[in-house]
Structures are given as C-alpha cells and as structure tokens.
Write a protein that binds this ligand. Structure first.
Ligand code: ADQ
Length: 468
C-alpha cells in the first residue's frame, strides 16, 4: 500500500484538545488505522519562523509541522485565506477584502510549505492536499520537480464561475488546480462549478467523465462527500447519556424540550438568523414559552478578524434581547456558550437534545448535522432541522429542510420538529442514519485515495495550445 501524505493548514496533532474544526475531525477519522505523514502548520506564530519542521510520531502517523511568522500569519492566513477566499467561497461577496500583497503572501506561504515538504516525500507517495489555504501547493511542488500523484480536496463550497471571477487573481490561482491529478469537492454542485469554470474562464476541454484537459496533465474531478465514523459516534453518544455532564444538562432542563446548535463561531453558520428564528418561535407560538430551551455552543474562531468579532457581538446582543423579552425567573430561553467541548461531552448533549438545529447560510458539508443524527437513540430519536445550503442537505433529504433566510420558515420547522410524533421521527432518523453510516469517513478516504491512485499520468505531450 502506498504511503499517504496529508497536507493541510492545521494538523490534528495527537492528544490535542483542539477539535473545533471540521477538517481536522474529518481527516483524523479518515487516517485512523492508516500509516502516513500529516504535514502542515503547527498553529504557532514565531518570528522568524525558519524553514525547519518539528516531527512527532504516534499510532503509525508522522506529524510534521512548521510555524508561521507574523507576516505570513497576518497576510496569508488571516488575510488572503480567511479574509478573501473564505467569504468568496461562502457566497459573501460583499465581505471580500483583497490586497495584492496578501495574495503574494499566500503564494509565498505555499511555496515555503512546498520547499519544506519536498525533501520529506518518497517517490511513491500519494500526496493529498486539503482546503483553500493550499490551492497552489501542487504547482509549487511541481516547480520543485515533484512527479507525485497529488490530489486536492476542497472542504468548503465552490461558488459558480461568475462569483469566482470577482477575485482579481482568479485565473492565476484557480488554474493552479490543474497541477493536481485529482480535484475533489463535497457535492455535485461544487464539482459542476469547477468544471464550468475550467470550460469558461480557463478555456479548457472537460471530458464527459469530468476530466479537465490541462496544459500539462489531465485533472480528474469529482464529488467526495466527507463523512464521520457513525458507529464510533453512536457508541460515544450511548456512553455519553450516562456522563455526569449530560445528566446535569438534563436535570437542569426540568423536563423542558432541548434544541441544540454546535458550531464554530463563524458568520457562515447563520447563527444570528438562528437566534432570531428561535425568538420568532417564542413570539408567535406562546405555548413553547417556558417549555423549550435552546442551547447554542459556539466556539470562538479566528477572533483576530474583525468580522468574527462583530458576529460575536451581534450574537451577544441578540441572545440578550431574546432572553430579556421572554425569560421567566426560572427559565432562560437561550443558553449561549462561547466555548468548545470535547467530542464525548458533545455526543451526550446531542443525544439529550430533541432537535438539532443546523442552519448555515452556506457550508461545504457540515459534520455537526451528521454527528447529531449518529448520536440519537434509535428508539426515541431527535429531529434534525437542516439548511438546504449545507452540503449535507444533498445527502440528508429526510431532515426537516429550512431556509435560514426565511425566519418564519425556520420557526415553523422548529414547531413541527418539537411536535413530531415518535413514529415519524424514527422513520426519518432511520433513513438519515443509513445514509450517514454508508457514507462514512473511511469510505470518503478510500474513495479519494483510490481515485487519486487511478488518476491518469501526465500527458506525454502538452495541451498547451489550448491554454488561455
Ligand atoms: P467547519 O466549518 O469547522 O468545517 P463542521 O463540518 O460542522 O464545520 O465541523 C465542525 C467540527 O468541529 C465538528 O466535528 C464539531 O463537532 C466540532 N465543533 C464545532 N463546534 C464545536 C464546539 N463548540 N466545541 C467542540 N467541538 C466543536 C469545514 C467546512 C465544513 C466541512 C468540514 C469538513 O466548513 O463544511 O463539513 O470542514 O470537511
């Protein structure tokens, strides 16, 4: 079996409590039981950062990490990656900030990663690059002479070509995807957007099987929806039901229903709309007052970026307003927590919740939706209320689908979920769970690696004539 080298901005180091992120959760589950190398940023900022890496070995995996210096952290990570590409890919065109020096810093950071990674690679390695921080990594590796099979997986959505073209350096950036042998996305919609962009903006031939004829190689493309380890999640939740934290939560509800939301605190997750919708439920259906509690756990994320601090302030204001309006001396409608919890604690909370409320404005997949479903008691499952703009909605169509921009619609869905008879809950849950168990983390990893291994070799002659 060939060695798999995973490259991602953040690395899921062993024994790290830092789990509030879908990429690390997904890749960690996929690497379980495999040997390989996981390469990326250490999470540390050090100036000067130097061109050396730190190596840790655990459970058959080598973890090699590098630091970022202040300028790279500011311009590559907070700047171009999270201030430009993140809003662009989440359809928030008005939030895009672009500065040429940040785009240059992004290229430079990718070149540096490639320089440090290259000597660690063995000739037969399969290299699997993850997410929007590292789009041009294959190009940088190829410039250093890499002939490896290199695949790229985008964890976040890819908007349609007309949105991508807003980016001043879009051609230079996105054409670098054609230095990969395989480019994978969460959904068919994202994959279609990529193919349409290659055809239109890059003038490339796209074959019916989705292979893009690039200047130097054929790049296969396809959808590889990320999954979770459903059986492990279910075990953790069943154990979690008896944990002291879960019992304390259940006791504190005093028999009330529980709605739960768990997210990184990110403007893409639609938390303000969610709070407003819960407020609307209480305002329009007074029978729920004092009978339902909404627990929103939102782990702070990217707090160095102004938009994230604004989102946090907005949520504090909304929670205060809704609680101020509806609370009773013995009932607080919204419990809003700005912190992370360990997966085992979350699993117990998910199991105790009657409704899982997952309403991003846009999301590549959303693993919380899958974790919530897998955590339920099959005999008495809760109801998932899901945004159609999460990639997960393409698979989980037996959830109650609610458009987060339609506040009344989300309030209606909550009402319906809270009243749903046990038989309908069980029937919906069984369908959702079957899908989640079938499309697990292992299958995601195996499908991607198999497609990468099978991807075509570089072209014997160049198709450069077709280049834009
Ligand atoms: P994220 O945007 O981070 O991931 P998501 O897929 O929901 O979103 O994953 C979050 C993970 O972090 C889950 O495993 C969840 O349990 C955990 N988590 C979230 N909030 C937490 C908290 N407060 N405390 C502890 N743990 C918390 C990105 C994309 C997604 C895509 C994933 C994987 O944005 O669309 O699904 O990558 O591809």
């Amino acid at each position: 079996m060939k060695r798999v080298v995973v490259v991602s901005n953040r690395v899921g180091l062993p024994n790290s409590a830092d789990s509030a992120g879908g990429l690390v959760t997904g890749v960690r589950a996929a690497m379980r039981g495999r040997s390989g190398l996981w390469f990326g940023w250490s999470g540390k900022v050090a100036t000067p950062a130097g061109d050396t890496h730190e190596l840790v070995r655990a459970d058959g995996i080598d973890y090699a990490t590098v630091d970022l210096d202040d300028a790279a952290h500011r311009d590559f990570y907070l700047g171009f990656a999270n201030g430009t590409l993140w809003p662009l890919c989440h359809f928030r065109l008005g939030l895009i900030e672009y500065a040429r020096e940040q785009a240059d810093a992004y290229e430079a950071a990718n070149e540096r990663f490639a320089r440090i990674l290259m000597p660690l690679l063995r000739p037969d390695d399969l290299v699997w690059v993850h997410d929007y921080h590292l789009i041009p990594l294959a190009r940088a590796l190829r410039r250093l002479g890499s002939r490896h099979r290199i695949g790229f997986f985008l964890h976040i959505p890819l908007p349609p070509p007309r949105a991508l073209a807003i980016l001043p350096n879009h051609r230079e950036l996105f054409s670098s995807l054609l230095d990969y042998d395989l480019v994978g996305f969460q959904t068919d919609e994202d994959t279609d957007a990529f193919r349409a962009y290659c055809r239109g903006a890059l003038g490339r031939l796209v074959r019916p099987d989705g292979t893009v004829m690039g200047p130097h190689r054929r790049t296969a493309s396809g959808a590889f929806p990320i999954g979770i380890d459903a059986a492990a999640q279910q075990r953790m939740a069943a154990d979690g039901a008896n944990r002291a934290t879960t019992r304390r939560l259940v006791d504190s509800l005093a028999g009330r229903r529980l709605i739960i939301g768990v997210d990184r605190l990110d403007y893409s997750k639609g938390l303000a709309n969610r709070f407003t919708a819960f407020g609307r439920l209480l305002a329009t259906r007074p029978q729920w007052r004092s009978r339902v509690t909404f627990l929103q756990i939102a782990a702070p994320s990217r707090i160095e970026i102004g938009r994230y601090r604004e989102a946090r302030r907005e949520l504090e204001r909304l929670a205060g307003k809704i609680n101020g309006r509806h609370a009773e001396f013995d009932w607080q409608p919204i419990r809003y927590l700005n912190r992370g919890y360990r997966p085992a604690a979350l699993a117990g909370f998910f199991r105790a919740a009657h409704v899982g409320l997952v309403t991003p404005l846009r999301d590549g997949m959303n693993l919380v939706a899958k974790e919530y479903v897998a955590s339920q008691d099959p005999a008495d499952p809760g109801v998932l209320v899901l945004s159609p703009f999460a990639g997960a909605a393409a698979e989980l169509d037996r959830a109650l689908i609610a458009n987060p921009f339609d506040i009344d619609g989300v309030a209606d869905a909550l009402h319906r979920a809270l009243l749903m008879p046990a038989e309908e809950r069980r029937e919906r849950w069984a369908a959702l769970h079957a899908t989640i168990a079938r499309n697990g983390a292992e299958r995601w990893q195996e499908a991607f690696i198999a497609a990468l291994d099978a991807a075509a070799a570089p072209l014997p002659f160049a198709f450069a004539a077709a280049a834009p």
